[in-house]
Write a protein that binds this ligand. Structure first.
Ligand code: 5CA
Ligand code: ZN
Length: 409
């Protein structure tokens, strides 16, 4: 499917820095050394409701990853999926009496608008689960033929025991895995499974639900984890640089994906870094479509909130921390945006050279966007208090904030 339009990324003077980022699999910071083309896969939305601030925060983190890479003059090969067929989507369509394809299309269209407004760079390949089915079927057949998958009443399950590295992404114990599996789309209590954690690769057609030709698998639809593996391997290949998503995807989604890929290719890991963003909450609970405690990007935009301020709200929190959406965090961002715009509207000001380096240094250090904002705040305060004579400095600041933080001043 098509993605959304790219906003321009201005080139900056000087040299960008290599990214050091937290990898869930090793539990520490890794310095990534992508070749001339950095490869990143970011798990996309399940389009049954509008984009909320939690989604936006997660996509903001991975947008920063790309901006750091672009600043090192690398190209970025970015792939994102849309889980446009899955239980939650079918359930919501049923509840609301609407066609599930129409619901998915409508919410994906709104997501594109929100991403464009927030100046998130678009993926080069934006792939829906449904369009990926012809590539998924042969992978499931291969897993079954290799003995890494088995059939249960027509459904095909992946056997986690086939992967010697299973557990190597999340490092959770069996009890924690079982709990999360039940919460996040798994079926650990289904009788007849070899291991309660085994995830479904292919679900045989159910009465009243959509299904597709699965070759030797029979009619059905794909499981969630194999969807992302098929798309990632097809468009990026093994050993790409980053797989990203919110922290709720570390287990089971990214764990199972890594296992599927290992069973398919004999290689480990699928991604050099598994990067997870913290959860945004509202009123003391994780913001989630199923709970309904949501602040939508599109609703804020409808109310006339400048998307640049929404983005500054996201940037004010470190991507790995869990944080709460409040009115105050938005008010703070609006005030900051005003200060910054006033500071760059003059033709001259304090030198911008050190500031550009500070922003680069902050972002290269595990995407420390709050430190980057502090640095811009200090430059803006200096401009406000004593100004400066460096002609063009405000322009450099404006372009750096645009290129590295995705905020248009
Ligand atoms: N389609 C799958 C991924 S393949 C999915 O998880 N879709 S989603 O719509 O539920 O979430 C999209 C992205 O937003 C995921 O990376 C998820 O981890 C992230 N996300 C969801 N809720 C929050 C939240 N409250 N805070 C931060 N990120 C969130
Ligand atoms: Zn995914």
């Amino acid at each position: 499917m098509h993605a959304w339009p790219a906003s321009e990324v201005p080139a900056l003077p000087g040299q960008g820095r290599d990214l050091r980022i937290h990898d869930t699999a090793t539990g520490g910071l890794v310095t990534l050394d992508p070749g001339p083309v950095a490869r990143i896969y970011v798990c996309g939305i399940t389009p049954y409701d509008a984009t909320h601030m939690g989604h936006a925060a997660t996509y903001n983190a991975f947008d920063l990853v790309q901006r750091v890479w672009l600043d090192t003059k690398r190209q970025v090969h970015y792939v994102q999926n849309v889980t446009d067929v899955d239980d939650p989507l079918l359930e919501r369509a049923e509840r609301d009496g609407v066609d599930w394809t129409a619901l998915a299309e409508k919410e994906t269209a709104l997501f594109r608008e929100d991403m464009t407004a927030l100046r998130m760079l678009p993926p080069r390949h934006y792939i829906g689960a449904v369009e990926a089915i012809p590539g998924i079927v042969p992978l499931v057949e291969r897993l079954r033929d290799a003995g890494a998958a088995y059939e249960l009443e027509g459904d095909i399950y992946f056997s986690v025991e086939s992967d010697p590295h299973f557990g190597g992404v999340s490092h959770l114990d069996a009890a924690a895995m079982r709990l999360l599996s039940a919460e996040r789309g798994g079926d650990p209590d289904r009788p007849g499974k070899k291991n309660p954690l085994d995830p479904m690769l292919w679900m045989a057609a159910r009465e009243g639900e959509p299904s597709w030709d699965g070759g030797s698998l029979g009619r059905g639809r794909p499981g969630w984890h194999i969807e992302c593996v098929a798309i990632a391997l097809d468009h990026l290949g093994m050993g790409f640089d980053v797989q990203g998503g919110g922290s709720d995807l570390a287990f089971p989604h990214h764990e199972m994906g890594a296992s599927h890929a290992q069973a398919l290719t004999g290689e480990f890991p699928m991604a050099k870094a598994y990067v997870h963003a913290g959860m945004v909450g509202l009123d003391g609970e994780k913001m989630s479509k199923s709970k309904g405690n949501l602040v939508f990007v599109s609703q804020l935009r409808r109310e006339g909130v400048d998307p640049a301020a929404i983005r500054l709200t996201l940037l004010a929190h470190h991507y790995r921390s869990d944080w709460e959406w409040t009115d105050q965090v938005l008010q703070d961002a609006l005030a900051r945006l005003d200060r910054w715009r006033a500071a760059v509207s003059r033709p001259d000001g304090p030198s911008a050279e050190a500031l550009v380096e500070e922003i680069r240094e902050a972002l290269a250090n595990d995407l420390d966007s709050p430190a980057a904002l502090d640095a811009v705040d200090r430059w803006a305060a200096l401009q406000q208090e004593s100004g400066g004579t460096d002609i063009g400095a405000p322009g450099v600041v404006s372009r750096a904030v645009d290129a590295l933080l995705g905020v248009a001043l």
